[in-house]
Design a protein around this ligand. Structure first.
Ligand code: GTP
Ligand code: MG
Length: 195
């Protein structure tokens, strides 16, 4: 897709604060620091529209980005960030869950995992939930530039096995540094949303 315009629209911690416009939404989920904000920037060809940071726990609210006046990218806070209180973790969990379970115009959920590591227990729980619900979802393996080329197949296989993915469910390798995988992810988004 050609990006004509991409802009930050709003930040929400509860449903009353979500955008009022009814446009298709694509949500990005995954562990803290996996690269959710970075992939949004990469797909929109913008350096720092979504705030990315080497410090985990950077995104603490739900941020909505309006793309071409046609759809929203929804940047969710990451799960699994150890250095916050239990109460804060539960609040984040509820915030993510409420959005994912109640947002009618949510059309695609993209789950990110780090290609270097086997998915965590939380990733497994997240994926099991995704696979059981009705909406389309997609797994992206990020930070592709950090592993040698030869290791890609085995890493992808590990991710599929640990998440218990069906044979036909895709895992797309992606790097926010090189942009590799960007076109394939856009194709998937366009396929689901019908752009
Ligand atoms: P939270 O907001 O804390 O949940 O994190 P996030 O998932 O939004 O991660 P973010 O995009 O902020 O990226 C975390 C760190 O990983 C940053 O230092 C990024 O520069 C780096 N990073 C993200 N994607 C890639 C990638 O594809 N390759 C490399 N080498 N680094 C990446
Ligand atoms: Mg973030």
């Amino acid at each position: 897709m050609q990006i004509k315009e991409a802009k930050y629209e709003t930040t929400a911690v509860k449903p009353e604060q979500y955008p009022k416009r009814y446009l298709p939404e694509v949500a990005w989920v995954g562990r803290s620091n996996v690269g959710k904000s970075s992939i949004i920037n990469a797909l929109l060809y913008r350096k720092s529209l979504a705030r990315a940071s080497a410090t985990p726990g950077k995104t603490r609210e739900i941020n909505f980005y309006l793309v071409n006046e046609a759809l929203y990218f929804v940047d969710l806070p990451g799960y699994g960030y150890a250095r916050v209180s239990q109460a804060a973790k539960e609040a984040w969990g509820r915030m993510i869950e409420t959005y994912l379970q109640t947002r009618e115009q949510l059309q695609l959920i993209v789950m990110l995992v780090d290609i270097r590591h086997a998915p965590s227990n939380e990733d497994q729980v997240m994926y099991a939930w995704l696979a059981a619900q009705e909406r389309p979802s997609l797994v992206v393996a990020t930070k592709l530039d950090k592993i040698p080329r030869g290791q890609i197949p085995i890493r992808l296989r590990t991710i599929r096995e640990v998440l218990g993915m069906a044979a036909e469910a895709p895992v797309i390798p992606f790097s926010a540094v090189t942009g590799q995988g960007r076109d394939e992810i856009w194709r998937q988004i366009e396929g689901v949303i019908g752009l």
